[in-house]
Design a protein around this ligand. Sequence first.
Ligand code: SF4
Length: 83
Amino acid sequence: MMVDRDDSWYRLAACTGLPTALFFPDPTRPDPASVAEAKTVCGRCPVVEQCRDAGASEAHGIWGGLTASERHAVDRPAPQEAA
Ligand code: SF4
């Protein structure tokens, strides 16, 4: 089944033309300097919110300036306080 998604926002992406590998570091051994470089690019991207939404369920890569573990931490509900 084909999913109709509007990904026209990507035309404004600050990462256009940069190496894809910069945004998809090795998940077993991510290079902190490379991750920081990717986040710097995301920090000046005009479509960071759209990218973060698009990558919310992605298992790998840096989307909207967040790594996979950071995205999943954002999605996780806050622990309930004991009554
Ligand atoms: S937020 Fe980062 S990964 Fe997403 S489109 Fe912008 S530069 Fe690319």
